[in-house]
Design a protein around this ligand. Sequence first.
Ligand SMILES: [Zn+2]
Length: 493
Amino acid sequence: MDIHSDCEVNFVENMSTTEDYVSERNNILKKEENLFLGSSLQLDERESKLDSHILDLKSNELKLSYQNSQDFLPKKNFFESKKDIDNSKIFKILKKLPKGHSLHSHLLASGSIDFIITNITYRENVYGKFINDQFKIKFLRKDEAKENGWVSLQEMRRNKTNFDDWLKQQLSLMVDCPRESYPSLESVWKKFKGTFSAVYDMFSYKPAFEDYYYQCLKELYEDNVMYVEFRATPMPFYDLKGGHYETEDFFKTMIEVEENFKKGHSDFIGARYIHSIYRGISLEDLRKELKDILEMKEKFPKLIVGLDFVGFEEEGHSLVDFHEDLMNVREKLDFFFHAGETNWFGHTDCNLVDAVLMKSKRIGHGFALSRHPQLMNLVFENNIAIEHCPISNQVLLLNDDPRNHPIIPLLSKGFPVVICNDDPAVWGATGLSYDWYVTFLAMTPKKCGLKVLKQFALNSIRFSALDDGEKKNAMDVWSRRWDNFLSEILKDI
Ligand SMILES: [Zn+2]
């Protein structure tokens, strides 16, 4: 029997009176409400009180936007809306809310640009130079710098008015008119890749990396995020004393900085590393890199949790090109693949098939997933979490209006989604709260309040790469913080 005609018959039979019609209408809406992510959670008395408060605030913010949709903050480009989001009452609650874990963050785009400029680039021995039209920053000895045509940033600052504003534009995507500056995905990705290139040498200077990495953890902690998994590659460390460093010094440094950070922040759970290979890599280089990272994994089994490919998904290789080599390492290294970060259909989005077939633990973005019903079933059945990064999708031109984001049908069916920040520094964000705000306001129903927020936090712990014992500990820490958060926030309501 055709399911559509069956439904139609039921409608006609059930709706002979106004009461029947209203009842059926409520029935449909209730069924949908019960399918939405987080709907099965039960809220206790205190949570229910906060839920009512949040729903009032949400209703008020939405009411203003219903009258003039241009004022709806998530719809505006993030560069234009950030200041107003900072003043939103909901955002202020989200900042305080224990959000659990950050599962999709690229290390070199995580620490804020303001910290980099005011702290790192004002140091001694910092030099700059254009190489192939790309501004780069590096620490050098004075003689080395002079010999190779590098100019100190101190001198640049003296000679150029508003140098730091100019520098900010070199290190980020932030511009006054993003639509004019970035007319296409290709143009925004070109600039985006350049921002990594600009800071790469600077953060290979070991003392700068140590301070930067500490700051990355601090910014997440201050946003009430207790654990992070960074996508990264080992930095080829140097210093100005001629020190020689091996790849493993990078991982040792990550651990040392984390330990140091925990001394002052005892409930911080920790950080993990997902090895991220440029997707333009040759098969020969891939084999070498897989061998190297497996060696490192043996030395740092807890820190190194998995593997991913990074870069503009339209460029470089598809996952299928590497499937034989990847299947060989699958038992030793978990996969956390970016896949389906595209608007194309039947093209780059097919990476999603390979991510699922190769048993990726989570999928980065999965932006194109909702157009693949078979894959949607497999993702749901296999409990593969989707790492949803709404501001990244907007700034990198996949999705202009978050109300049309393709994650919405997945949230509506209760798919396991985690909210992530991708490359927050590049668009002037810190922590996870901005992405939570955009998701909550633009991608959840008006009547959806604390339940979905709590579910996002729980999902972030559940789908992290921690082992079961560590997850239990993380849940205990989160529960304590959640309890404190409720006590504090309810005092002000
Ligand atoms: Zn990413």
